[in-house]
Design a protein around this ligand. Structure first.
Ligand code: AP5
Ligand code: MG
Length: 218
């Protein structure tokens, strides 16, 4: 039996990782593991992990590896060996990439592809300024400044939409800075392994999706 695709969607805050993962997940029939969604779920439930994560998330900083790595690797390794997955938001520094690689190689299920969605900073700021998340299913939406956000519901499940605390301008600035300093070195890690594909994410959602599918050979 062929193994399912093991994919990392990589890119700066607002690049469209969550948006593309949602489109791919049904098409490829694989699990979507988003580290940010997982922490926000814990935050919504008021768990100890969620409260700890909030301290870092709201400032736009990375949550320490000793909190992050075990919880994400447990999720990844809980996926049956022959099923695929899309990782979104992990790994986010070279140590996370290294630990993930070692763990996956123990079961001969290394990553097939890492797709880097590159987007210009002015476009990231525009998207995050209008981004609304569903409280129930976490789907991202964009609502322009001329539209009445309070009248809108999630187009996936009808849930309530809200703006993330870390989409406030100071936190966004910090998140982009952290991405540029702590996260971009991971690109070199995957480039060396020959699994990295760079695509332009500045295009509309469906065009980016076509580029992602082409990168996957579909
Ligand atoms: P996380 O939730 O992963 O946030 P992020 O990486 O900053 O990325 P975003 O979710 O903001 O953007 P996205 O790329 O998913 O874009 P989206 O599809 O929503 O992490 C949050 C925090 O958790 C971190 O800061 C950190 O504190 C912590 N954390 C998470 N993982 C961690 C880790 N591994 N280690 C340590 N800490 C960790 O799209 C954005 C908007 O644009 C939406 O409104 C969407 O509708 C719109 N849009 C999408 N694509 C397009 C397009 N092509 N054209 C026009 N609009 C588009
Ligand atoms: Mg996201």
């Amino acid at each position: 039996m062929a193994q399912g695709l093991r994919l990392v969607l990589f890119g700066p805050p607002g690049a469209g990782k969550g948006t593309q993962a949602q489109l791919l997940r049904e098409h490829l029939n694989v699990a979507h593991i988003s580290s940010g969604d997982l922490f926000r779920h814990h935050l919504g439930q008021g768990t100890e992990l969620g409260l700890r994560a909030k301290e870092y998330m709201n400032k736009g900083e990375l949550i320490p590896d000793e909190v992050t790595i075990d919880i994400i690797l447990d999720k990844v390794m809980s996926i049956p060996n022959y099923d695929g997955f899309i990782l979104d938001g992990f790994p986010r520094n070279p140590n996370q990439a290294d630990v993930l690689e070692k763990k996956l190689s123990t079961e001969s299920r290394n990553l097939d592809k890492v797709i880097h969605i590159d987007v210009s900073e002015p476009e990231l700021l525009r998207r995050l300024g209008g981004r609304y998340i569903c409280r129930a299913c976490q789907s991202p939406h964009f609502i322009g400044s001329g539209e009445d956000a309070s009248a809108k519901k999630c187009d996936q499940c009808g849930g309530e939409l809200y703006q993330r605390d870390d989409d406030a301008p100071t936190a966004v600035k910090k998140r982009i800075e952290v991405y540029n300093t702590e996260t971009t070195p991971v690109l070199g890690f995957y480039r060396e392994r020959g699994v990295l594909v760079d695509i332009s994410g500045d295009n509309p959602v469906d065009e980016v999706n076509k580029l992602v599918m082409a990168a996957l050979g579909s």
